[in-house]
Design a protein around this ligand. Sequence first.
Ligand code: AMP
Length: 431
Amino acid sequence: MKQPSFKFQSPTGMKDILPEEQVYFDAIEEVARKYASFYSFLRIDTPILEDYQLFAKGTGEATDIVEKQMYVLKTKGDEILALRPEFTPSLARSYFENGMIAWPHPVKLYTMGPVFRYEKPQAGRYRQFHQLNFETFGSKRPITDIEVIWLFYNILKDLKIKDLAVQINSIGDSQCRPYYKKVLVRYLKSQERNLCPTCKKRLKTNPLRVLDCKEEKCQKVISEAPQILDHLCDECKDHFKRVLEYLDDLEIPYILNPYLVRGLDYYTKTVFEIVSQSGPDGRQNALVGGGRYDDLLKLIGKKDIPACGGAMGVERVIALMKESGFKIQQATPQIFIAQLGDKAKTQTLKLMEDLRKMNILTESQLSKDSLTNQLKIANKLNVKFAVIIGEEEVLSKSVIIRDMSNGTQISASFDKAAEKIKQKIKGQKKS
Ligand code: AMP
């Protein structure tokens, strides 16, 4: 019987990160690490899989993420686990599980890694993508919201992303949002026939989400909807006012967007997105999303801990870095070692290790045998010096050091070779 033929491919919406792409991930991670250390955020990594309930409760059952986009699996031990669709509930869980409640507050954490959402793939939207998160636990001050925005804003600027703007809104808290929800639902019900089918459903499950529907049909209804900013309680109003004042002080460009609600249940007060306005229309241009989530930690750990954070979409940032011609700094080798014969190959490895310890970037091609070919490669690499280890050098326990700019050569004993090369490089830098 003929076996069915399988075409092995990566799953839809998930891609390999090839070497040429890795350099962008490295660049982002390096900038993130620099900022994190300067602003005292500590690195944390959590498991990719979590108990399904963590997201059902934390992210919220009525959100698109939990309802439609989560990868859920049942293990052989009958556990129900989910591939994390975002980081925040995982970090909140870890905060309690690891006794961070006893640490000096605010506890400031950052993480970077893959997250998974079963969405329809399109440009800038994948099923496996990467996020960089900064989260703070234990401060309810507006300056904490700003610290998170400031960090992301500056990271994006360092990565040469242009035309940045912060979209910002307040969605109130448990004091004022319930009343606003009622006002909104009353209005939306009066307009129900003009809503798209999804929003008709949202009206019952998650009415605030109607406000960020992109359907043309709903846009007209939304433009006349009551706005949360007119219904904030005094505390939320003051908080938001301070946040906007700080943005002004720091000269961070922002757009007050009363329809920005974000998809997740747990947000309170500030919600924001950082967008780049330089991309063509219609592109997925939100680079960072986040906000304050003062009620999430109570839900997970039964303790009233205010919190605030955000997540940056790494792939979307990389796409813009490529567009803006971000220069990846790649180190070029200073030395090439050409070798001939088996013994010379092991000598090469030994010498490479000596040079590595001295931080001298060295290249060799151990699978090649022709000295001429290897020296051609050295020429192409534009190294200052080539080291040659042939059969004679193996016998006399020495190496030849050739100055590639003028072809002059000297011989050095193998034991002193690394030191001699170091001196040569130093001397050359001086001259
Ligand atoms: P969210 O967790 O939905 O607030 O998303 C935070 C950021 O992650 C967004 O601003 C995007 O940059 C990025 N992002 C969200 N969903 C996707 C996706 N499916 N593919 C690629 N990036 C995404």
